[in-house]
Design a binder for this molecule. Structure first.
Ligand code: BDR
Ligand code: CA
Length: 313
């Protein structure tokens, strides 16, 4: 089984990604790390513990990470995910107070050292935790197997979701993303170009009716689907973070190519833009594997199959 650490800013689609990773039965989850992002890190901790409880899982834990970006002020996404980050879906659930003493970036360093060449980092929030780990132990981090990141957009310029040029996770800590892209790690970028194609509709959700996660998926995505309907006229939501897990489960879901990619950290209109040098004008070594295409239908099928496995008990 592939050893993974899942770094999240839970978040509705983060929650769905956590379920996909757990219920796939194909991943050895070493731990989950929480980062400031969609909601403040304390809320991310609570939400992630709630997910672990919902999944009835106790073999791994959640580690608290960065409470703010490296340089800029914290930036959240309450409109899409709701004030509590889960669209109110688990509002009544209580979780145990008290967290592990280990800081999330230190947990990442510890695990990569313990299992050299074996750990896949799945990053579906801002990249602050990983940037801090790289700053502290750059050589140790080179022993990671791969880093699969939900972030950015490279082909569809102008179709960002935070600025026209920029995607939320990269925008929320562009300085951290820049450190990660230049650290010499094997990085795969699952960008908006492909994640917006993996769209979960209200009809898809109905296919889960009668199974364990139906209520959670229906309720948690309500606010997100409403937001999308207002923006795009469609009742559904993009599976950004679940696709990122999906690509680890089945890399053939996406067609990729390696290019030089950098992150804009100064631009007034373009802070957080991921710029891909398709024509090699900068004459730099390719550093990021980007996605050119996705088999969206096959992924949504996989997602529904995995989430629909668990019976109501
Ligand atoms: C990304 O931003 C967050 O709001 C989502 O959870 C996802 O990780 C999409 O841009
Ligand atoms: Ca996320």
């Amino acid at each position: 089984m592939e050893k993974i650490i899942l770094d999240v800013d839970t978040g509705i689609d983060d929650a769905l990604a956590i379920i996909l990773a757990e219920e796939s039965g194909q991943l050895d989850i070493l731990g989950i790390t929480a980062v400031n992002g969609n909601v403040p890190v304390d809320t991310v901790m609570t939400n992630t513990k709630k997910m672990i409880q919902l999944m009835k899982q106790d073999s791994y834990t959640v580690y608290r990470g960065a409470s703010r970006p490296l340089v800029r002020d914290a930036f959240h996404e309450f409109l899409v995910h709701g004030r509590d980050g889960l669209g109110g879906a688990l509002a009544g659930m209580e979780v145990e107070p008290g967290d592990p003493q280990l800081f999330a970036p230190d947990f990442i360093i510890e695990q990569v050292k313990k299992y050299p060449g074996e750990v896949t980092l799945i990053m579906v929030g801002p990249l602050t935790n990983l940037a801090l780990a790289i700053q502290k132990a750059p050589e140790a981090l080179k022993k990671v197997k791969q880093v699969v990141i939900m972030g950015g957009l490279v082909q569809k310029a102008g179709f960002g979701n935070t600025l026209p040029t920029s995607e939320f996770n990269i925008f929320a800590d562009a300085e951290a993303a820049r450190i990660v892209f230049h650290a010499g790690l094997p990085v795969k970028l699952i960008s908006l170009d492909v994640t917006t194609q993996t769209f979960l509709t209200r009809e898809h959700i109905e296919q889960l009716k009668g199974t364990y996660y139906y209520d959670f998926v229906l309720k948690s995505t309500e606010i997100y689907r409403k937001y999308t309907k207002e923006k795009l006229g469609m009742d559904g939501c993009a599976l950004h973070d679940p696709l990122t897990v999906g690509v680890v489960l089945d890399p053939t879901l996406v067609k990729t190519a390696k290019y030089y990619v950098d992150v804009e950290t100064k631009g007034e209109l373009s802070y957080g833009q991921t710029i891909c040098d398709f024509r090699n004008l900068l004459k730099k070594e390719p550093n990021v594997e980007i996605c050119l295409d996705v088999d969206a239908e096959r992924f949504v099928e996989m997602f529904l199959k995995v989430l629909g496995k668990k019976e109501v008990r």
